[in-house]
Design a protein around this ligand. Structure first.
Ligand code: ATP
Length: 395
């Protein structure tokens, strides 16, 4: 197990008619035994970053370290890592036990020892009773477990996985996530994991690196990237359903948001939690006229009877999501998403009010998208996180 560091990584591909910058200045410091997930939309550079860490791609610029060793020039087979990819690549002519034991055979481990170890990891992954079968006789989920068993059968310096759950059905994904987390914890692996599924990232990771357009927007624990996003990209990419974003501007000590039908909503910025991260130290009065965007997660809004709350909107669709309902509302053509537990008092195609829990909002710089404040009066982020319910108290 190793600490992995990536320093100013860049990868540029020559493509017909020009160049494709896949990774553009990525820095990472992944502690030993950490589970770090690269999360981001399709094409943002996750796989390329992982392949450079693995030694399957040569960086255009930058350095990859395992502990203090510069491994950048080393090919993958000399890096002592294990990999699991989306496509499960088991040897079809070998029994599963032989597949699992194979990496030990390559390293010259005596026969008895390697089969003993292979049986041990098969038990850990609860496929002990399947190991005498051939891969073709197993389901997709069982094959995936055999592939993971093969990857962890020895103690590599790191465990690299690229979308290993793709192709499994939803129920199996949930089971596999739990198993993977348990196995990784039991075996103390350093893991770098690639996914575009935030659910997977949230459940599995110690840290998440949110990527966008070849760069890292934020590295933090799942709670940090969800609760303290650095910018609008992270705020809207992490969290389901997507955060509502409204345009506004600074007016003295207040932020004014004008919705599409002209309704005006005012917020008080609370910048103590983000001031330390800001480069400038301008007061809100100095910023008067500056464009901002205000973000509220659908969970921070609630539906109330028409005439109550902060905003009047048309309730268009109620989509049951199990314990909660995802409600789509409209103010002219502007969509507002609200998550509501109890919708028995409300009907689709009626006019309702929206109550805003002001202590749960985010203010983003209108130009850079950086988080420049939270809304509300509470003095600390901790106080905001511990606030529950929908009451709007500070206006
Ligand atoms: P996905 O989730 O869709 O797999 P990703 O975030 O893993 O996406 P990458 O596969 O790393 O993204 O690709 C980043 C960018 O680099 C994309 O625009 C992709 O088209 C480009 N790219 C990746 N590999 C190559 C290659 N071998 N040649 C040219 N361009 C490439």
């Amino acid at each position: 197990m190793s600490r992995i560091r990536v320093d100013e990584l860049r990868k540029v591909y020559d493509v017909p008619g020009g160049q494709e910058v896949a990774v553009n200045g990525v820095n990472l410091d992944i502690p030993d035994t950490d589970f770090l997930t690269l999360l981001g939309p399709s094409g943002c550079g996750k796989t390329t970053t992982l392949r450079c860490i693995a030694g399957l791609e040569t960086p255009t610029d930058g350095t990859v370290y395992y502990d203090d060793e510069d491994v950048t020039p080393k090919p993958a087979q000399e890096r002592d890592i294990s990999m699991v990819f989306q496509e499960i690549a088991l040897y079809p002519h070998m029994k599963c036990i032989d597949n699992i034991a194979y990496p030990l055979k390559v390293r010259g481990v005596p026969k008895e020892e390697r089969y003993e170890r292979a049986r041990e990891v098969a038990e850990v992954l609860e496929v002990g009773d399947l190991v005498e079968k051939h891969p073709a006789e197993l389901s997709g989920g069982q094959r995936q477990r055999i592939a993971i068993a093969r990857a962890i059968v020895r103690e590599p310096r790191a465990f690299l996985m690229d979308e290993p759950m793709t192709g499994l059905d939803e129920k199996l994904k949930v089971i596999m996530r739990k198993e993977l987390k348990r196995v990784v914890e039991e075996t103390n692996q350093t893991v770098v994991y690639v996914t575009h599924s935030q659910e997977e990232a949230m459940m599995l990771s110690d840290h998440i690196a949110v990527m966008n357009d070849g760069q890292i927007e934020q590295v933090g624990s799942p709670n940090e990237v969800y609760g303290e996003p650095n910018n609008k990209f992270v705020a809207t990419f992490v969290g389901m359903p997507e955060m509502n974003i409204w345009s506004g501007h600074v007016s003295g000590e207040t932020i004014e948001v004008e919705l599409e039908d002209g309704q005006l909503v005012e917020f008080k910025p609370r910048d103590d939690a983000t001031r330390a991260k800001r480069k400038d130290n301008n007061s809100w009065a100095d910023r008067t006229g500056d464009g901002v965007e205000v973000g509220f997660r659908p969970q921070a809004l609630s539906i109330v009877p028409e005439g109550d709350g902060d905003v009047t909107a048309d309730l268009k669709i109620i989509e049951p999501m199990g314990e909660n309902n995802l409600c789509y509302l409209e103010v002219d053509d502007q969509e507002i998403r609200v998550v509501e537990e109890d919708v028995t008092d409300f009907d689709e195609q009626t006019t309702v009010g929206i109550d805003i829990n002001r202590s749960h909002g985010y203010v983003f710089d209108g130009q850079t998208g950086s988080t420049i404040a939270r809304t509300g009066d509470s003095p600390t982020v901790e106080a905001v996180e511990s606030t529950s319910g929908h009451a709007a108290t500070d206006d």
